[in-house]
Design a protein around this ligand. Structure first.
Ligand code: RIB
Ligand code: CA
Length: 309
């Protein structure tokens, strides 16, 4: 099996960190060409710094981190320090990186990668607001037919987590989500209905603590950090790792092809209207995951984390 050419667009964020570590742990599955940071969980300066911290932890200084968009296409930026902490990686215990981001904007780096790689060969895991990807599609429409696959964490079949209607990534930049979901690129979508199932059991948390490596200690610290009051789930859901895990282990997931539309304005801004029952007769534009075998997912994720330094 040849490794998949992968770019990761991300707003680290603890679950982004676990997704990055999962991809880094599987060199046989992923040739990670670049990391594109975007404002989301915290501001761009912090998400970029955090991407460097996580890259250093995995010993992957060979993968460039390009800083991307500092805010959404239209609406003002709203961040989530209440979840991820002031620096965006509360609980990680990671030092700041001595490295600097690569030269060149992330949007330009994504466009360049998609243009130089064989058509259909590039996959992007999109873990944050879709601003970078939407801007790339607007700046270089020629990349849409060349981009092989988007594996996106965003949206929800049911309730949101930023508002009752909208999931955070799609809420923060609803216009970018609308641009990306209507671009005609092959897409897999991992919304809250499936990612809220991705919660580590106490036994899994204990296994992480016992791994004895720095990556295990980092993930353990992030998963066991205090939770803000009023959160919907008992523990920290691993939203973003679902986008990477599905690429390696699709058998752990269930879902169906659906038409997905994004509301950009008003009280349901960022809502992903997912036609799960095919009522609109509109042709599907995404595979929408609805179930995951969380036990097997964490067993395999922890085995993966064990491979790291
Ligand atoms: O709603 C969850 C998503 O928003 C995750 O990607 C999390 O990291 C934040 O970006
Ligand atoms: Ca994220």
């Amino acid at each position: 099996m040849t490794a998949r050419t992968l770019a990761i667009d991300t707003d680290p964020g603890q679950d982004d960190a676990v997704a990055l570590l999962l991809a880094f742990a599987h060199r046989e599955a992923f040739d990670v060409k670049l990391i594109a940071s975007v404002a989301g969980n915290v501001g761009l300066e912090r998400t970029t710094a955090n991407a460097l911290r996580i890259r250093d932890l995995a010993g992957r200084g060979d993968v460039p981190v390009h800083a991307g968009m500092a805010g959404p296409m239209v609406v003002p930026l709203e961040t989530a320090e209440f979840i991820s902490g002031p620096d965006g990686l509360a609980g990680s215990g990671l030092p700041e990186s001595a490295s600097r981001p690569a030269d060149g904007h992330a949007v330009d780096a994504l466009i360049r990668l998609i243009r130089i790689e064989p058509p259909g060969s590039v996959t992007i895991c999109a873990l944050g607001p879709l601003t970078n990807i939407a801007m790339a599609l607007r700046l270089a429409p020629d990349i849409a037919p060349r981009l092989g696959l988007l594996s996106i964490m965003g949206g929800a079949l049911s309730l949101g987590n930023m508002t009752p209607a909208a999931e955070f990534n799609f809420y923060v930049d609803p216009h970018a989500a609308a641009v990306v979901m209507s671009a005609g690129v092959k897409t897999a979508l991992f919304g809250l209905d499936v990612t809220h199932q991705a919660i580590a059991s106490p036994a899994h948390v204990a296994r992480l603590a016992a791994l004895g490596n720095r990556a295990g200690a980092c993930v353990y610290g992030m998963l066991t950090r205090p939770r803000p009051g009023g959160m919907a789930t008992k523990a920290h859901p691993m939203h973003d790792p679902c986008t990477v895990a599905w690429l390696m282990w699709p058998e752990l997931f269930d879902g169906r092809d659906c038409h997905v539309e994004i509301e950009t304005d008003g009280r349901v801004r960022g809502r992903s209207t997912i036609d799960w029952n095919g009522r609109t007769k509109r042709s599907p534009n995404a595979y929408v995951a609805s179930k995951v075998d969380a036990g097997a997912l964490f067993d395999r994720m922890i085995d993966s984390i064990a491979r790291l330094p």
